[in-house]
Write a protein that binds this ligand. Structure first.
Ligand SMILES: [Zn+2]
Length: 135
């Protein structure tokens, strides 16, 4: 579940929505953790879902250990950034922490390049933007 002091805001047609800080967060804050409401599908289970549901989930999910993880909360709107302000705590993908101070109303981001299947163009606008999430 995303930290309760966050909110979703529309950014642009190109980017869509993003998650923003409702308060100042110091570095080291746990900003998201997996909980019992998050849905975890095996690849077989995922393939048996109706096509429209698979398409929707694909836009907001990620793969860990051969499973598809779909978060129920607003964390599904967290955007990629080549210069992110959060990262996962470890490979189990159950917690994300802030890796720098985040000011109120700043967008909360992480680096999607940990998911090799994601090969989208990047619009993050950071000084070190790689232009694509994975090439
Ligand atoms: Zn970028």
């Amino acid at each position: 579940m995303m930290h309760h002091d966050t909110y979703v805001k529309y950014i642009s047609d190109e980017i869509g929505y993003g998650v923003f800080a409702a308060i100042d967060f110091p570095e080291g804050t746990i900003i998201w953790s997996l909980d019992e409401k998050d849905m975890i599908f095996s690849k077989d289970e995922f393939e048996r879902l109706p096509q429209k549901l698979r398409e929707h989930i694909s836009n907001f999910s990620y793969e860990v250990d051969e499973c598809i993880v779909f978060n129920w909360c607003i964390s599904k709107y967290m955007n990629h950034c080549c210069n992110p302000n959060t990262r996962r705590v470890d490979e189990t993908e159950t917690k994300y922490i802030t890796i720098k101070d985040i000011a109120k109303d700043e967008q909360i981001t992480y680096d999607y390049s940990i998911y090799p299947e994601i090969k989208w163009r990047c619009f993050c606008g950071s000084a070190n933007c790689r232009g694509a999430i994975n090439k």
